[in-house]
Design a protein around this ligand. Structure first.
Ligand code: ADP
Length: 452
């Protein structure tokens, strides 16, 4: 049993993990950069250790410093959260080598799924449908043209090590392909230090639907239904909901079972998310995330399962407490990602939070590390809060969400709250009629209206 867990992260997710530990009677160690000395995760943890200067490369990504912090404090395990070192196989391996438990899958599984070409190949063999595309990497323009002709344009060039929506370029026609290849490659090289790319059919109006799974070390695998994350800007999620307004029980069970079988035969351990594009009633795998996701709370709201608690229990070698039959989806949940950004230009706008009031009431959850007087450092992601609201059905959920957004006060920095208010008032959104390209169009229409 773990007595102490080091949380190798910051912000709302560090708090989220701290809360699960507290409820399990586990002590927490916070690590922080110089810029985060006064951060909420540092204030709440039982112990805190400074691991370096503000830039993430010198602190939250500083493996020797984090390992030393774990050794000095005698932590039994490390929870990486999301981002930073959460999908770094070297980190998972070195943590284990030091006799500390990495709360996540094995380094081998992180490796396989971190390489998207390898991931696609692996899941395809296990019976998961994938987006039509190249079998492996594309190494020459001749090959790119051949595959492009084969699958038909438009196509999307994607970086094998891609993440965060980077290293992806669409070629509408054959004529665009050369430029798309070279831009995707140079973006990939700059962001991931590797320019291996592959080709996929560019789907014209899919939804992004992902399935959450939990797998223990006793061979039990369950899925917790899906999340619809189709509202995206530049391939990045803005609002997520569970269940998807577009899936029926039959489709949900079908994909859930396909995923469950595949994950079980992989011998996967921990929490994971299998991401799909969904178009014309068909699912197409795009990638698997081998970690906790930003949007996990919507699944928690509709299933009542504490995913972080389950991750910790699984890492301690305990069996899942529930079986697939115990999982009953209840009502509807929506998460709004609130960023310290200009709501029109989306330029990050860090600053000091003068006044702060989080909404409350029945079925309203706020995951945030903000407080009045807090100075948001400019060095990290602009996500400052997640508002998650539950309702008996989607309609009630939207009414409650509107009320909660109106109550939310974050004074001193511009936020994306006004954008969310507009979004949920939109008729298409209310009807659940949207795909992954919908938000871009919505934002263009908004910009056109304001400039008129
Ligand atoms: P990342 O790891 O960078 O998040 P993903 O492969 O998960 O990249 O894709 C992110 C988003 O990019 C998807 O949710 C979708 O909006 C878009 N996308 C990816 N592949 C395709 C495709 N084949 N067709 C259309 N859109 C795609």
């Amino acid at each position: 049993m773990f007595k102490k867990i080091l949380i190798a992260n910051r912000g709302e997710i560090a708090l989220r993990i701290h809360r699960a530990c507290r409820e399990m009677g586990i002590h927490t160690v916070a690590v922080h950069s110089v810029a985060d000395e006064h951060a909420m995760h540092v204030r709440l943890a039982d112990e805190a250790i400074c691991i370096g200067p503000a830039p993430a490369a010198k602190s939250y990504l500083n493996i020797p410093a984090i390992l030393s912090a774990a050794e000095i404090t005698g932590a039994d395990a490390i929870h990486p959260g999301y981002g930073f070192l959460s999908e770094n196989e070297g980190f998972a391996r070195i943590v284990a080598d030091h006799g500390i438990t990495f709360i996540g899958p094995t380094a081998d599984h992180i490796h396989t799924m971190g390489d998207k070409i390898e991931a696609k190949r692996t899941v395809k063999k296990l019976g998961i449908p994938v987006v039509p595309g190249s079998e492996g990497s594309i190494d020459s323009m001749e090959e790119a043209y051949r595959v492009g002709e084969e699958i038909g344009f438009p196509v999307i060039v994607k970086a094998s090590l891609g993440g965060g929506g980077r290293g992806m370029k669409v070629a509408q026609t054959k004529e665009d392909l050369e430029e798309a290849m070279s831009t995707a490659k140079s973006e990939a090289m700059a962001a991931f230090g590797d320019d291996v790319v592959y080709l996929e059919k560019f789907l014209s109006k899919p939804r992004h639907i992902e399935v959450q799974i939990l797998a223990d070390s006793h061979g039990n695998v369950i899925h917790l239904g899906e999340r619809d994350c189709s509202l995206q800007r530049r391939h990045q999620k803005v609002l997520e909901e569970a269940p998807s307004p577009t899936l029926d029980e039959e489709a949900r069970n079908k994909i859930g079972e396909i995923v469950r079988t595949a994950i079980a035969s992989m011998g996967y351990l921990g929490a994971g998310t299998i991401e799909f594009l969904y178009e014309n009633g068909e699912f197409y795998f795009i990638e698997m995330n081998t970690r906790l996701q930003v949007e996990h709370p919507v699944t928690e709201m509709v299933t009542g399962i504490d995913i972080v608690r389950e991750q910790i229990r699984i890492a301690m070698g305990m069996p899942l407490e529930v079986t697939q039959d115990d999982i009953k989806l209840r009502g509807h949940a929506i998460e709004c990602r609130i960023n310290a950004e200009d709501p029109q230009t989306f330029i990050p706008m860090p600053g000091t939070v003068r006044d702060y009031h989080a909404p409350g009431g029945l079925d309203v959850r706020v995951d945030s590390a903000l407080y009045a007087g807090y100075s948001i450092p400019p060095n990290y992601d602009s996500l400052i809060a997640k508002l998650i609201v539950h309702g008996r059905n989607r309609h009630d959920c939207l009414l409650r969400l509107r009320r909660a957004l109106e109550e939310f006060v974050i004074d001193g920095v511009p936020t994306t709250i006004p954008l969310h208010v507009k979004l949920i008032e939109n008729e298409d959104f209310k009807a659940g009629n949207y795909d992954i390209h919908w938000l871009t169009k919505f934002l263009e229409d908004q910009a056109a209206q304001t400039s008129e």
